[in-house]
Design a binder for this molecule. Structure first.
Ligand code: BG6
Length: 510
């Protein structure tokens, strides 16, 4: 989250990417590192060492990466001359994580790099591998004294961080026996998104919102993250996870924290993270009756999306044909503190939904007294602040206005801050922000251990209830719909409805 690009801010750095031949590395990590280089953030002394069992030479691996960059980078096809310079810093280490030689070779690389740079570098271990390998890797790093420098060595952990509270605690215990908390960077890529970072800016860099940001003025909050995609080739992973673990435990609870947190006293990582943990600890824990009343789970059946027939969840590759895993979840939460007492927070997420869009809607209370005749206010809408995270990147304030004409007729209009209209140039991808922050040693946008545990703690009663009682209605929504009808009922019961932003070529509006 640095202000201006300046390669002198980044210290000589060596990245080791475990899982160097995986999708994350080719689609996200290397394009992001290349973009940081193009934007002038990379230090003069840089090495990116991808680790994996495939017998690539450095040259072969670089050629593969170039193809990926051309396909996946936000900047499109790479400038060959710039790629040639950057790719000299990229290496492939043929390695097996169970093998001592792997770690000895890493130690040798670090020693040589240190000599070339003339000072001790930052050493970043990026674990882009399945969680079952975390233990082996971290224990070996420790055994070979590769993580001993608490100032300069860092470890980046991808989600999922645990499968439940007990396993997350165990993983934290394991990591913290080797690394100190300030060395551990737990990724939630939502926190790196521009529009998500902007929530803090919007709330705490403007004086006009804070006086309104509470139970006296806000009716309810919606956080809706819907995806048109199904589970694709990730059925094996997803069937063990489901929407609650895959999206709510991390991304959506993080959004909830950003909306609901108290103002931190400063922008220091721990000040911000303390206030977020407070939110998680204030969310009301559900009793079995609460779960029944305030949660909805769903699973998609087959359907048609944009003229193509798509399979139902139980027909997806890697998925149990009798699966009880939810691909949709909706929850009505309460944040029990002075600011939010009595304000419902409705959360929903689902795959194979009608529209891909992530939107936070803050709905304000209605006017205390209506002075306009009913015929003047058709389509009346309470004020809303709509923070659209993606694909539209905007903040809209929805207000009532007089429609031009001789009669007094009102309708809702949007005052819009639209990123594309306001700023020129590309927006950095979440991974660029997060990788740069890892190099700079800024943990603000990473999850602290206690935060991850608080999020699991909150969800465990629901997860246990759902796994203990098979849903008899699955599948209960068809692909290309807005999820199960019971999710509409969850919010309609309180007199509201789910808000959706109209997309181009897409007629839906809340
Ligand atoms: C990932 C989930 O963390 O986030 C995926 O595992 C999901 O299932 C993805 O599709 C959504 O991320 P984004 O950035 O596309 O909204």
């Amino acid at each position: 989250m640095s202000a201006t690009s300046d390669s002198s801010k980044t210290h000589p750095t060596i990245f080791f990417i475990f899982g160097g031949t995986g999708d994350l590395t080719s689609r996200k990590l290397v394009p992001a590192l290349f973009n940081l280089f193009l934007d002038g953030w990379m230090p003069k002394h840089l090495a990116i060492v991808a680790m994996g069992r495939t017998a690539f030479t450095d040259e072969q691996f670089r050629e593969e990466l170039l193809k990926d960059i051309n396909q996946f980078s936000r900047r499109g096809k790479a400038d060959q001359a710039k790629w040639d310079v950057f790719s000299k810093s990229v290496y492939f280490q043929v390695s097996d994580i169970n093998n001592t030689a792997t770690y000895e070779e890493q130690a040798a690389r670090i020693a040589k790099f240190t000599q070339d740079a003339g000072e001790a570098p930052n050493v970043i271990y990026y674990l882009a591998v399945a969680p079952r390998f975390f233990g082996t890797i971290t224990e070996n790093l420790n055994r070979h004294k590769l993580a001993a420098d608490a100032e300069r060595t860092r470890i980046v952990i991808e989600k999922p961080f645990g499968h439940d509270l007990a396993s997350a605690k165990e993983l934290n215990r394991q990591l913290c026996s080797i690394f100190s908390e300030r060395q551990i960077y737990r990724i939630d890529h939502y926190l790196g998104k521009e529009t998500v970072q902007n929530i803090l800016a919007f709330r705490f860099a403007n004086s006009i919102f804070e006086p309104l940001w509470n139970r006296n003025n806000i009716d309810h909050v919606q956080i809706s993250v819907t995806e048109q995609l199904g589970v694709g080739s990730r059925g094996g992973y997803y069937d063990e996870a489901g929407a609650m673990r895959d999206m709510i435990q991390n991304h959506i609870l993080q959004l909830l924290c950003l909306v609901a947190m108290e103002p931190p006293v400063s922008f220091q990582a721990d000040e911000v993270r303390n206030r977020k943990v407070d939110v998680l600890n204030s969310v009301r824990k559900f009793s079995p009756e609460d779960i029944q009343r305030n949660t909805v789970r769903g699973q998609y059946s087959k359907g048609w999306i944009e003229g193509k027939e798509v399979p139902g969840y139980r027909e997806e590759q890697g998925v149990n044909p009798q699966s009880n895993t939810e691909t949709f979840a909706a929850i009505k939460f309460f944040v029990d503190n002075w600011r939010w007492h009595g304000v419902p927070f409705y959360l929903r997420t689902g795959k194979r939904m009608h529209q891909s869009s992530s939107v936070i809607t803050i709905q304000f209370k209605d006017v205390p007294h209506m002075i306009f005749p009913s015929e003047a206010v058709e389509g009346w809408q309470q004020n809303r602040l709509i923070i659209s995270i993606q694909p539209e990147m905007s903040v809209r304030m929805q207000v009532q206005a007089k429609r031009p004409g001789l009669e007094m007729a009102l309708n809702p209009v949007d005052m819009i801050f639209d990123y594309n209209g306001t700023y020129t140039g590309d927006t950095p991808e979440a991974y660029e922000t997060l990788l740069l922050d890892t190099m700079l040693g800024d943990q603000t946008l990473f999850m602290r251990g206690d935060q991850v545990e608080a999020a699991w703690d909150l969800l465990m009663p629901i997860l246990n209830a759902w796994s203990g009682k098979k849903s008899l209605s699955f599948p209960n929504y068809s692909a290309d719909s807005w999820g199960p009808e019971t999710a509409e009922a969850l919010i309609a019961r309180d007199g509201f409805h789910w808000f959706t932003l109209p997309l181009k070529n897409n007629g839906h509006h809340g």
